[in-house]
Design a protein around this ligand. Structure first.
Ligand code: 7TS
Length: 407
């Protein structure tokens, strides 16, 4: 048994007491976004009621206070992923913006005609489209690592794809629609041997397992605050300092400059060079609070407990003969995508919702994954450390009722 006291933890999340459609809420859409603990909500209220002020600008008391809190949050993130320097932590709007920043800025500096970028067959659209845009702009070529029927990346194929032409490998750590945990340490090693840089999309990983960017030796790592029990609208780009220093700014504006004349502008140092304009101050600060909350529970405990939920959920769902799980990798996080014989996932989602069970249905912004497994869409249950086995039982019961209704 794990060290998680789930009933005590649930007390920290006010929304988990909600009733939806007259039923107890069973929130199993954590891969889309996680719920927020009271201390994160309190931090936002505290910021706006006690500290609100623009950062890095005024010398007045409130501005100093909000600047200090914002920079403290940066240090919390730095420690959380074990980066070397504060300057390696860039605040963005989220994973999508972080990837676009790298695609645009790294692309301008390092990608030229005939160069190659490698992604995988299980990427979220936000780790596909920005690279297609760069390839079109720079005349580069996009290559894709295929996956096997268990939704595991085919490493032999990766080794065939990579060459001295490869400038960047951009890979998801944990797939949002399949749950697969990719062997990123090995991928990073192979890419580096070929002289390529590596970006890891950690949108679905930092909330489930301990990430150490130093130890992994990845060049970029990106994440979203809202999937990590923090607010929406804030995320992180980690980049190795020497790389970020070599890259041109992404956006121009206030805060990212050292001096401006109409003839020439000098850019600011890291991390401000990449943080043009007033950032999302309140949400950045509250992301720091969310990380402290997650750390107080402990990622080892979280991983262990969520594995219990994954195993329990997989076992119970597989007892339903009409149900097929999409994504059966050996290494998986607590995400289960499934389809039911002859019932469209949207109908499944609607009927589960009537029972108070929230899952996501659709292509999960991974259309190529749906095509690979020849399904139009899936239903996806994704578990957090605040979910219980009783909630999984409620999911199973609601699925069985759905199957009965469809005869
Ligand atoms: N990468 C992965 C692996 C994701 O799961 C998501 C969001 C993103 C990138 C984009 O993150 P954003 O915060 O910038 O939107 N995934 C999902 C999902 O699975 N359901 O809703 C959003």
């Amino acid at each position: 048994m794990s060290n998680i006291d789930v009933w005590k933890i649930r007390e920290d999340f006010p929304i988990l007491k909600a009733k939806v459609r007259g039923k107890d809420l069973v929130y199993l859409d954590n891969a889309a976004t996680t719920q927020k603990p009271q201390i994160v909500i309190d931090k936002l209220v505290q910021y706006y009621s006690e500290m609100n002020s623009n950062i890095h600008r005024g010398v007045h008391y409130l501005s100093e206070l909000s600047t200090k809190e914002f920079e403290k949050a940066r240090k919390i993130v730095k420690k959380f992923i074990n980066a070397n320097f504060d300057e390696e932590i860039i605040f963005t709007r989220g994973t999508t913006e972080s990837i676009n920043l790298v695609a645009s800025s790294f692309g301008k500096k390092f990608i030229n005609e005939g160069d190659e970028i490698i992604i995988s067959a299980m990427e979220h659209h936000s780790n596909i489209v920005p690279w297609q845009m760069v390839c079109e702009e720079r005349g580069a070529i996009l290559k894709v690592i295929p996956m096997n029927d268990d939704a595991e990346l085919m490493m032999d194929e990766f080794k065939k794809l990579i060459s001295e032409k490869t400038k960047l490998v951009s890979i998801v750590h944990i797939s949002n629609s399949l749950g697969t945990i990719n062997p990123i340490r090995n991928i990073i090693k192979i890419a580096h041997q070929a002289g390529a840089k590596v970006l890891i999309d950690g949108a679905q990983s930092v909330q489930h397992l301990k990430v150490d960017v130093n130890n992994l030796d990845c060049d970029f790592f990106v994440l979203s605050g809202h999937k990590l029990y923090g607010p929406t609208g804030v995320g992180i780009l980690y980049g190795k300092k020497e790389l970020l220093e070599a890259m041109p700014p992404y956006q121009g504006g206030g805060d990212m400059i050292r001096s401006v004349t109409f003839e020439k502008t000098l850019y600011n140092d890291l991390p401000y060079k990449f943080e043009a304009g007033t950032p999302n101050i309140a949400d950045g600060i509250a992301l720091g609070t969310a990380i402290q909350y997650v750390e107080s529970i402990g990622l080892d405990n979280i991983y262990e407990y969520e594995m219990e939920l994954l195993n329990y959920g997989t076992e119970k769902l597989l007892e339903i003969p009409e149900l097929r799980i999409i994504g059966t990798a050996k290494e998986k996080a607590s995400v289960i995508s499934f389809v039911l014989d002859n019932i469209h996932p949207h109908d499944v989602g609607t009927l589960l919702d009537r029972e108070g069970v929230a899952v996501r249905t659709g292509h999960h912004c991974t259309e190529p994954v749906m095509r690979r497994f020849d399904v139009p869409a899936t239903s996806r249950a994704s578990f957090s450390f605040y979910n219980t086995k009783e909630e999984i039982d409620a999911l199973v019961k609601a699925i069985k009722r759905t199957i009965l209704m469809f005869g």
